[in-house]
Design a protein around this ligand. Sequence first.
Ligand SMILES: Nc1ncnc2c1ncn2[C@@H]1O[C@H](COP(=O)(O)OP(=O)(O)OP(=O)(O)O)[C@@H](O)[C@H]1O
Ligand SMILES: [Mg+2]
Length: 250
Amino acid sequence: MLMKTEAAEAFRVEKLTVDYGGNHGPLQDFSLSIRQGEVTCLLGRSGCGKTTLLKSLGGFVVGRDTGGVLFEGRYLNGPTPDIVMIFQENNLFPWLTVRGNVEFGLKFKPRSQRRGDVVDEMLRIVGLSDAASRYPHELSGGMRQRTAIARALVSDPHVLLLDEPFSALDISLRRRMHALVLELWEKTSMTMVMVTHSIEEALQVGHRVVVLGNRPAKVLIDANTRAPAMKDRYSPEFLALQQRIESVIY
Ligand SMILES: Nc1ncnc2c1ncn2[C@@H]1O[C@H](COP(=O)(O)OP(=O)(O)OP(=O)(O)O)[C@@H](O)[C@H]1O
Ligand SMILES: [Mg+2]
């Protein structure tokens, strides 16, 4: 069914219920709008339904009875190549090299002569040109996630969904990954939704930070974090929002 949505809306979650067959599911009549071209970060206590929400945006979990997820104005009934999801780990095919994994991202694209160029360019952007012939078990955690991001982006999706993609990385590597995500966003203006447990990560990377409460999930804080002061972890604005978020989550 085609529904009229505002031009700037990528997703509209409308009274979505996901209960995994039990009575008290994580999402009950949950609604949220995700704007196109914006990086939205989701925070919330463990088990509150962040992954469930992200999977719903990816079409991997379809709500029951009434409600659902509108993607670009249409109800989402299953996964689509326009929406790519990256998990915490194990995103790669272990039997394929870095290049093979990235090339796999083009599987659903029409064949073109420039496929090799596209892969080379993406490997360069994520800094993996020299590791192209290595296998996943020969990579560090950061390199594996960069490969996963490269594979996601070569397919030129409309949306990138990231579920705690950097939580297994140390803090300096994490910060480099934040810079990479922002660089990729500058190039593509892609709609991204990222789940994280790190308030700092959410504020650094997100244009908007949404904090979810528990059982059933509800929006506790919905903050615009575009201002430069929000990107400076020592600014009063950053610290005030961090404190507010901590007070509702913990
Ligand atoms: N496939 C499933 N079958 C049954 N219950 C599930 C399933 N997936 C998640 N749940 C339950 O739904 C609730 C929300 O889970 P979800 O994974 O969405 O939480 P989360 O916010 O991502 O948590 P975390 O921060 O720990 O990753 C939890 O109580 C979980 O046990
Ligand atoms: Mg989760």
